[in-house]
Design a protein around this ligand. Structure first.
Ligand code: ADP
Ligand code: GLC
Length: 485
């Protein structure tokens, strides 16, 4: 028997992406399909999404969804069913999915994503004939209110389905002033600590965590970390209270998009047996970033430039990195102060530090294929995908020991090196000493040649495809459906 799951997200490749959530939401339907799950994705109708789907059929309409007219369009996402919430007053704006072109959050984000949640609750309740669902799967705060609507304001006479909420990042909780509550279309009973109320405001993520049948996050270590105040960010008590209803399921990567043997973005394709071919990619990177050409270690960074990613600390370590004979190519966007700090470092080291600010998917592939090591000094990392791409491309991950980074990279300690199991370098302490130490260890290993190649090859042999996690999600849906039958 096949299970029908509605996956609700605020981004999904290839239509709209600001980070790893898009990779995961875009890949999930294909990951669970081999295990008897028919997944439909629901996305907001941002301009890029409407453009990407082309001409689409309208399946349903609302005269006033959170006060605005809206339609539901039927399309497809990489061969799987897609529903798009077309509400021009809410989503028809130039800029990003969450903010204006200058990066400032839209003031009515509560209304925009409440509408997404309301539409999802209507769908699983049975509002659209021919589209029935067995499970609702909401991603992050933007989709979380769907679970609150199903619980507190269900479709009259409609169906109620088991729900899963996935936390991709606990730092973003969607908390809004209490004044918006009366406009959400929820009954007064929902305004309680057991409902949407969160420290005096309306908490979208909190609502989902409170009421979901199951909470998942994207790595086992992060699932344990969010039980503590440091990582739980105010919701740790709630996570602990949900007990065994919280689990970590590691993200996979799309191994067709990310395959070094057949990647059109590379100057030269390669496999674990032809690592010498990576050199052409390294040369291409040097010229892209205006770096001096040599065979010394080339670090890369592909990241949002934020505190989470430790990008405020990295500029302090640039002199040390260059002093060790290494170079750095950085692709990133985010905080203006962090950009300025990198600029200052690059000015001190012409030809050794190359910077590219902005978003460039193709360049990110070339960097994984030509860089020697990818630096990921995150303070917290629910899963992280760039270390997984690094492993697949022989670009050795150098990671802070946290969250999904701790779960996916095997540190090159003596025992792991002896066993031939090491795939990267882990370090503790996202500060000058921690990063400088990790860079020093990496450069020393790189200079050993043979041991370094072994690390690259072990990483390339590791399987981080969706095969395992796709089945774990499918089993979870089946278990939740069996519980309510
Ligand atoms: P997060 O979602 O927290 O930003 P992840 O590691 O899970 O972290 O996912 C980041 C995704 O965004 C990866 O696919 C990465 O390659 C991509 N990415 C990040 N910054 C850039 C950039 N400036 N240009 C291109 N791709 C980027
Ligand atoms: C978030 C997290 C990242 C994770 C991604 C996809 O953006 O910061 O660690 O890989 O979601 O789950």
């Amino acid at each position: 028997m096949s299970l029908a799951v509605l996956s609700v997200a605020s981004e999904a490749v290839p239509l709209v992406k600001t980070g790893g959530l898009a990779d995961v939401a875009g890949a999930l339907p294909g990951a669970v399909a081999p295990h008897g799950v028919a997944m439909t994705t629901l996305l907001p109708g941002y301009p890029s999404v409407l453009k990407g789907i082309g001409k689409a059929r309208a399946l349903h309409q609302w005269d006033a969804l959170l006060g605005e007219p809206a339609r539901l369009l039927a399309a497809s996402l990489s061969g799987h069913p897609l529903l798009v919430l077309d509400a021009p007053a809410l989503f028809g704006r130039e800029g990003g999915p969450y903010g204006d072109p200058r990066g400032k959050d839209w003031a009515d984000n509560w209304r925009r994503f409440a509408a997404l949640g309301r539409a999802a609750a209507d769908l699983v309740g049975g509002a659209v004939k021919g589209r029935e669902f067995d499970v609702l799967h909401a991603h992050d705060w933007q989709a979380a209110l769907a679970i609150g609507y199903q619980r507190f304001a269900p479709v009259p006479g409609g169906k109620s389905v088991p729900t899963v909420i996935t936390i991709h990042n606990m730092a973003f909780q969607g908390v809004f002033p209490a004044e918006v509550f009366p406009q959400l279309g929820l009954p007064r009973a929902a305004w309680s600590i057991d409902g949407v109320e969160s420290y005096g405001g309306v908490g979208f993520l909190k609502t989902g965590l409170q009421s979901a049948s199951m909470i998942t996050t994207v790595s086992p270590t992060y699932a344990a970390e969010i039980r503590s105040p440091e990582f739980g960010m105010g919701l740790d008590g709630l996570i602990v209270s949900r007990g065994d209803r919280v689990m970590g399921i590691l993200n996979g990567i799309d191994t067709t998009e990310w395959n070094p043997a057949a990647d059109p973005a590379l100057a030269q394709a390669f496999t674990a047996r032809s690592l010498a071919r990576r050199k052409a990619n390294k040369r291409a990177l040097e010229s892209e970033f205006g770096l001096a050409s040599d065979d010394g270690p080339l670090f890369v960074v592909i990241s949002r430039l934020t505190w989470q990613k430790g990008m405020d600390v990295l500029p302090e370590v640039l002199d040390h990195l260059v002093g060790n004979g290494a170079r750095l190519a950085l692709l990133g966007s985010g905080d203006a102060a962090i950009e300025a700090a990198f600029h200052a470092g690059a000015a001190r080291h012409p030809g050794r530090i190359g910077l590219r600010f902005g978003y460039d998917e193709a360049l990110s592939h070339l960097m994984q294929g030509g860089g020697d090591a990818i630096l990921i000094p995150s303070r917290f990392e629910p899963c992280g995908l760039t270390q997984l791409y690094g492993l697949a491309y022989g670009c050795v991950p150098v990671v802070a020991r946290t969250g999904g980074l701790a779960d996916t990279v095997i540190d090159a300690n003596v025992a792991a090196l002896d066993a031939g199991a090491a795939t990267g370098i882990q370090f503790s302490g996202v500060d000058y000493a921690g990063l400088a130490g990790a860079i020093g260890r990496t450069v020393a290993l790189y200079r050993q040649g043979k041991a370094w190649r072994r690390i690259q090859q072990s990483g390339m042999a590791a399987d981080f495809s969706w095969a395992t996690s796709g089945k774990v999600y499918a089993d979870l849906y089946a278990r939740l459906v069996a519980e309510v039958r």
